[in-house]
Design a protein around this ligand. Structure first.
Ligand code: ATP
Ligand code: MG
Length: 574
């Protein structure tokens, strides 16, 4: 391709409001143009990048026998009612909904479990037709609360979503493993450094779910990992060995103590020098939206630990959760903020506790009376017995749950997610096949997503420098650019044309920069756009000498015309 024929518009200045490198650089390089909040137009160069990444995805999924299809973007409400998700998605506000001219409710697909399951069950009637795995690469629509970071969190974005249908759980395990292997090859090939982490599988249960994370400081997810054991998990899901805390000792009588103005764990530690945070039980009140009602829930946890709200949502099977307001707390406990506790707590409030409190004696707790706390509280004796769950946030420095070796924390960008769904959707939607016994059986499903627009942005997060993008070769818009520097010199133009032709013949995906621009502007553009290998035909063209620049590391060498082909191939790792 000739760059004079491609729409390229780089910017001199950093765009306003771009907080992270990929957003800044993709905008400056003219690869993306904002149309509205979280909605972007991909320029010709960016579209080349996306198509190359999508091609890698296709090749690796096809190798595992998956079928590419294209499902409708507009979906009818009825399908979402059948799965039971319509109300929830509408209340969450994540779904773009619309009405057709007849007044029927529709939505723009945020995901496609319903449509795919509806399609599959019309096609597959017998266990003999399985395993089946279908995928598509298509735009998704989610009215995200905080669209930001350019392509990272869009409201319209491109996703590969795949769905596997199997006759039983064992076959699902096989399908899942194949997708996991394909994902590893995909992210390997596109040149990003990634980690597979255990992920929260939500209210659906522990069937298994893993996320593919690109490690980058700008990542929105926190992950915990252990170098020794290889354990890695999203903080939402992670567990760790319980940090030690001082024992409470022999059960003693409860005492109520006046603690004016003492509300936080730190203030309590100062007030009661003998009682470290590990001997306290703090009680946090939440407002939880449950299936039937909104409820105030009290959650107890050791004073030195923190509640993990994702685990709490799962334990409650809640739709949503927020910290109770000061007003709610006063109404529910009769005390001001800072004095809530299990002692004398109204029966109407659900009481949960983290497992860190199980079996512990003589705790320091709030007692729902402003300006008072109780010492030597024993759960079950002085209070109702709470329901115990794992509700704790694991932290860096704590031990791997199995080996105890230290956990470290890193930030990650979720580029892929694989999920054993089981029969949640097929049961709800009565999607069945004839089993060997001749009875209808619900499909056992898996679902698998890749952020097709997010992954190239994640690659930029890992591969850039102060001059611009440094594309991994596999997803660069072109592998190599050949540019003449002086448009008035016929010998430069001729030589550049010749090298461009030769490189193409050698199988290099090359482009010719034939734009009528100054040499400095061309250098800057290619630095910014991150072309992996750059050949500049300049002043010494007459002597058969050109300059070859490898973008990664910015190494520049003079090179004889006869060596260009070999040197470019070597720089591309061929
Ligand atoms: P997140 O936790 O980042 O909101 P998710 O878990 O809701 O993502 P999935 O439903 O698992 O997302 O979607 C599959 C993949 O699609 C994700 O792994 C991610 O790479 C990509 N993706 C999800 N939401 C967005 C978005 N708003 N913009 C760009 N890519 C996205
Ligand atoms: Mg996900």
């Amino acid at each position: 391709m000739r760059l004079s024929q491609i729409l390229i518009q780089t910017l001199r200045e950093d765009p306003a409001g771009a907080e992270i490198p990929s957003h800044r650089l993709l905008t400056r390089a003219g690869f993306i143009v904002k149309t509205a909040a979280g909605i972007y137009t991909y320029s010709p160069m960016m579209w080349r990048v996306i198509k190359k990444f999508a091609q890698i995805v296709r090749e690796e999924l096809d190798r595992e026998g998956a079928n590419e299809v294209m499902l409708p973007i507009i979906q009818p409400k009825e399908l979402w009612q059948a799965s039971g998700r319509w109300d929830r998605y509408v209340t969450d506000g994540i779904m773009f909904t619309l009405k057709d001219r007849k007044g029927s409710d529709m939505c723009l697909g945020p995901t496609h479990e319903e449509v795919m399951t509806d399609f599959l069950s019309s096609q597959v009637n017998s266990y003999k037709q399985m395993p089946v795995n279908c995928y598509q690469i298509q735009s998704k629509f989610r009215d995200e609360i905080r669209p930001r970071f350019g392509l990272m969190r869009g409201r319209e974005f491109i996703m590969m979503d795949a769905y596997s249908y199997d006759a039983d759980k064992k076959a699902l395990d096989v399908a899942y493993q194949k997708m996991r292997d394909a994902y590893c090859r995909i992210f390997e090939r596109c040149g990003v450094d990634y980690t597979v982490v255990q992920a929260d599988s939500g209210a659906i249960g522990g069937a298994g779910s893993e996320e593919f994370m690109v490690i980058a400081d700008s990542g929105e997810d926190a992950i915990l990992f252990c170098r020794e054991s290889g354990y890695a998990a999203n903080v939402e899901k992670a567990s760790s060995r319980l940090p030690e805390a001082p024992e409470g000792g022999e059960v003693a009588a409860m005492e109520k103590i006046s603690t004016p103005g003492v509300k936080t764990v730190a203030q309590l530690e100062a007030f009661f020098p003998d009682w470290q945070a590990g001997r306290m039980a703090k009680t946090i009140l939440y407002k939880a939206a449950l299936a039937e009602e909104e409820k105030i829930v009290a959650v107890m946890i050791r004073g030195d630990l923190e509640v993990n709200e994702v685990k709490l949502v799962n334990a409650l099977d809640a739709r949503a959760l927020e910290l109770a307001s000061d007003e709610d707390i006063l109404k529910a406990t009769g005390a001001e903020v800072g004095f809530a506790g299990p002692v004398g707590l109204s029966e109407e409030i659900t009481l949960l506790a983290d497992k860190s409190l199980k079996g512990r004696t003589n705790l320091l707790c709030g007692c729902n009376e402003t300006e008072f706390h109780c010492l030597n509280v024993n759960l079950g004796r002085d209070t109702r017995m709470p329901e115990f769950h794992d509700l704790r946030t694991a932290r860096a420095g704590e031990g791997d749950p199995k080996t105890g070796a230290p956990l470290e924390e890193a930030r990650g960008i979720e580029v892929g997610h694989i999920f054993k769904l089981g029969t949640k959707y097929s049961e709800a939607m009565a999607a069945t096949f004839m089993g060997q016994s001749g009875k209808p059986i619900p499909f056992v499903m898996g679902c698998y997503g890749i952020g097709v627009s997010r992954t190239p942005a994640a690659a930029v997060e890992q591969h850039h420098d102060d001059k611009g993008i440094v594309w991994p070769i596999a997803i660069a818009p072109f592998e190599c650019v050949v540019a003449f520097l002086d448009k008035k010199r016929a010998e430069q133009i001729e030589l550049a044309e010749k090298l461009y032709g030769e490189l193409q013949e050698a199988g290099v995906e090359a482009c010719l920069d034939d734009r009528p621009m100054s040499p400095g502007a061309k250098f800057k553009d290619h630095e910014l756009m991150g072309m992996p290998v750059q050949v500049f035909v300049g002043r010494r063209a007459g002597e058969g000498i050109v300059e070859l620049l490898v973008r990664k590391g910015m190494e520049k060498i003079e090179c004889s015309v006869d060596d260009v082909r070999a040197k470019v191939l070597a720089a591309l790792g061929r």
